[in-house]
Design a protein around this ligand. Sequence first.
Ligand SMILES: NC(=O)c1ccc[n+]([C@@H]2O[C@H](COP(=O)([O-])OP(=O)(O)OC[C@H]3O[C@@H](n4cnc5c(N)ncnc54)[C@H](OP(=O)(O)O)[C@@H]3O)[C@@H](O)[C@H]2O)c1
Length: 338
Amino acid sequence: MSDTYRRIALARRPQGAAVLEDFSLETDPMPTPQDGEVLVAVEWMSLDPYMRGRMDDAKSYAEPVEIGGTMTAQGVGRVIASKAEGFAEGDRVTGMTGWAEHAVLKAGEIRKLDEGTPPSAVLGVLGMPGFTGWRGLHEYGRPKKGETLVVGAATGPVGSMVGQLAKSMGLRTVAVAGGAEKCRIATETFGFDAAIDHRAHGDAKSLRAALSEAAPDGVDIYWENVGGNLLEAVLPLMNTHGRIPLCGAVAWYSGEVGEANLLPMAWRSILTKRLSVDGFIIFDHWDHYPAFLKDVGPRVGQGEIAYLEDVAEGLENAPEAFLNMLKGGNTGKQVVKI
Ligand SMILES: NC(=O)c1ccc[n+]([C@@H]2O[C@H](COP(=O)([O-])OP(=O)(O)OC[C@H]3O[C@@H](n4cnc5c(N)ncnc54)[C@H](OP(=O)(O)O)[C@@H]3O)[C@@H](O)[C@H]2O)c1
């Protein structure tokens, strides 16, 4: 075993959009597990949009990463030294390893994985993002057969789960995605009834015209991943008693809010259309994770629920892959193979 390991640290707080110089690659002495801990060699690491928020020194549902601290991430790896009961060398586990090649984790903070599950899927379709789509759709979307659902970032792990579940429940599903290729993937791989390329529409009005063609009966569920132009385009198309599970707003994560003043429009739509808007953070819902795995695990295994992964190779390439994902450069769940 090497006596050092590498990690990616937050070098400084981003000003607006994050850039490569906001990260640094550090080499530190290999940590040693204490009683109740294991040392994990990380094999796979997740990159998720929420990590952009952790780079800012802003009050949120989770603490920001400290300057010099390791960027937060869920990872999958093998135990290479154990001082924890119930974990042995060679066990494959998942936990919050951070952007790092090795991590010392407490036994209570990791979960042993069964060897039959593809390890990267634990970070996407069968992990936090897939679970987010499943839980949020059932709890806050309250889908009914014959209704219409619109979702942005539709080929990502959250959007593709939402679209496929809604389709399997008899809804009309409309994807909004960046570029012709992602639109093709949305319909051909994920079974959306229609797909709209938001990059082909310069403003919300033009996007709205395309959406109203794709959703001729209006929108009953708008799954909010994006904010920005898409929110402005969809709101006037919402049907009375529509639902908006507010999952994310990736278009705004870099601090740019655009020109439109959406608040009066949004507030008034919520009132006049009697909309339900539920902001939720999946970390409050982990008690439902076993039910998710029971429902979705076999459907993924049988190929009924499809998933795509975008694999970056090597820890040193994680910052570039992360910035690329925030701009829509990923196709499918962004993971890093360490
Ligand atoms: N509430 C929760 O607990 C929770 C949990 C997990 C995820 N989330 C949120 O769910 C959303 C999707 O996450 P994910 O992991 O599935 O991400 P993802 O789809 O893999 O990646 C983000 C995608 O956002 C899209 N995007 C970026 N900028 C955009 C813009 N200006 N306008 C429209 N689309 C833009 C891009 O897709 P296109 O190229 O297709 O535009 C990009 O690929 C994010 O907002 C995330 O923060 C929330």
